[in-house]
Design a protein around this ligand. Structure first.
Ligand code: AHR
Length: 519
């Protein structure tokens, strides 16, 4: 007898609309994300601007609507004015954050051009670590002011007559962390971010601002940081940013706990929401500040030297095994993602969708080569990593409205408590009258019978079952074997289609697509 999971979802009870910006991503000047990821002049796939067409194609396939740029830790040492104007005059700099050489060959204007070709909206971060409030204002002016001023005319001189009208702006990156250049106390960050917000909005009142929030529980300031900065910034911002990465470096948490990472993300997002709700209640504001999860992923820190999570506390320098300091575009942070990593990412995607009532932007960190679903070879091909697929499925089929759902199933033990062996979420898409259930079977031994009851959806038929699973959790995709980890379709039998009872293979990511009645 198979273990059974009963799942109930109801169209009449909504969690929230999915803002498509939760399918966003992130491109940092880090390793080979930009150089030989997005941009590689001379490559057989390079277009006239040096942008890799093979990368553009996969970015479009992923359906990413927005990409955050240029960092990350990188932004906190970055002088954006280095990255504009004639390429031959741009300075070659030491990027202190990642101990690399930044040639500035690809800069702000190239990113905006790339974004247009990728059909994505650019999202910018300003340097609130080592740069000034005035510089943040100038950057908005360069990007968004039509013409007739020094900075806007410089943009025009650099070949871009029309303003970029960049809407989403991050007020610094991970400013809570001691590893951040120009790291500040919460009080000092609040003051600086407030002044930057003021100036940036004077230049363009229409922009949306994202404060740099708390991310890592291991920091003693976790959440106190949010409370402190929100008390000062609440009226001036639209979102608070938070980051979440999950790992099993050297099997430090073990497969079961790693799989259960989705539960930790749930706790983390609830914690951020609690900080927001506290400040909203305390200050009696009507306005609701939303959550911007602008970095999330699985990341096993494969080439960063440390032994346990506690080593990360107070760490200000990352020691890398993959490259020597001060190389141009070194091959660092190039995680090779396994089937297990893809399953964990699927679990995180489920949690993300469960929180769409408050998470309105989310950026998979990152897009290409650096902890990314896409890998390129310098002067070579392109590869979809295992994690490409759950993200693709979420972006393809996760659009619409998330409805409330519950699961009743046997439990497994994890460091986050006893959890049902199946975790799931349902997204109803009124445009094509489908409901998609994303389900992760965490049972490591057995297939599970999954019975879905989709209430208030009218006549429901299971039309497609996509699954990502396999016998080897460590399997990865390589240039030699690019489809080693790839989804497959399980044929839907006629009785299954109507009874809505199907089998989720052991340890699998599942996309169950149902046709439903129009509402
Ligand atoms: O995405 C890699 C790094 O992770 C980013 O630069 C930083 O913001 C985070 O710590």
């Amino acid at each position: 007898m198979l273990k059974k999971a009963e799942y109930l979802a109801d169209r009449e009870f909504k969690v929230g609309e999915v803002d498509e910006k939760v399918f966003s991503s992130f491109a940092e000047h880090l390793g080979r994300c930009i150089y030989s990821g997005l941009y590689e002049p001379g490559h057989p796939e390079a277009d006239e601007q040096g942008f890799r067409k093979d990368t553009l194609k996969l970015v479009k396939e992923l359906g990413v609507p927005m990409v955050r740029y240029p960092g990350g830790n990188f932004v906190s040492c970055f002088d954006w004015t280095d990255s504009i104007g004639p390429k031959e005059e741009r300075p070659r700099r030491m990027d202190y954050a990642w101990a690399s050489i930044e040639t500035n060959e690809f800069g702000l204007d190239e990113f905006v051009d790339w974004a247009k070709k990728a059909e994505i909206e650019p999202m910018m971060a300003v340097n609130l670590g080592t740069d000034s409030i005035r510089s943040a204002g100038y950057l908005v002016e360069y990007c968004n002011h039509p013409s007739g001023t020094y900075w806007s005319d410089l943009r025009i001189k650099n070949g871009h007559k029309e303003p970029y009208n960049i809407k989403y702006w991050c007020l610094g990156n991970e400013m809570e962390g001691p590893w951040q250049a120009g790291h500040l106390s919460a009080e000092d960050y609040a003051k600086k971010a407030l002044e930057a917000a003021k100036v940036m909005r004077w230049v363009d009142p229409s922009i949306k601002l994202i404060a740099s929030g708390s991310s890592y529980e291991m920091l003693s300031s976790y959440l106190d940081w949010d409370r402190t900065i929100l008390m000062e910034l609440y009226d001036h911002i639209d979102y608070i940013s938070t980051h979440a990465y999950y790992m099993n470096k050297n099997n430090c948490v073990g497969t079961t706990n790693y799989l259960a990472s989705y539960k930790q993300l749930d706790t983390h997002l609830k914690a951020t929401q609690t900080a927001l709700d506290f400040v909203q209640a305390k200050t009696a504001k009507e306005k609701t500040v939303q959550i911007c999860l602008d970095e999330w992923n699985v990341w096993n820190f494969s080439d960063i030297v440390f032994n346990s999570m506690s080593d990360l506390i107070g760490m200000t320098t990352f020691k890398m095994t993959s490259a020597k300091p001060w190389e141009v575009a070194p091959s660092i942070l190039e995680e090779k993602y396994s089937l297990l990593d893809a399953l964990v990412l699927g679990g995180l995607a489920i949690t993300l969708l469960q929180h769409v009532d408050r998470v309105k932007i989310a950026c998979l960190a990152q897009l290409v080569n650096v902890i990314a679903p896409i890998t390129t070879k310098r002067n070579g091909g392109i590869l979809k990593q295992s994690t490409f697929y759950p993200f693709l499925h979420m972006s393809q089929y996760g659009r619409g409205e998330v409805v409330k759902s519950v699961v009743k199933a046997p439990k497994y033990e994890s460091m986050y408590g006893n959890l049902p062996i199946v975790e799931a979420v349902t997204v109803y898409n009124p445009d094509d009258s489908t409901a998609t259930v994303f389900a992760l079977n965490c049972d490591q031994e057995e297939n599970v019978e999954f019975r879905a009851e989709l209430n208030h959806f009218g006549s429901v038929t299971l039309v497609q079952h996509i699954v990502l699973d396999g016998s080897d959790l460590e399997a990865t995709n390589t240039f030699e074997d690019p489809e080693n980890v790839a989804p497959r379709e399980i044929a839907v039998e006629a009785d299954e289609a109507k009874s809505l009872t199907t089998v989720l293979p052991k340890l699998s990511w599942n996309v169950l697509r149902y046709s439903v009645d129009k509402q």
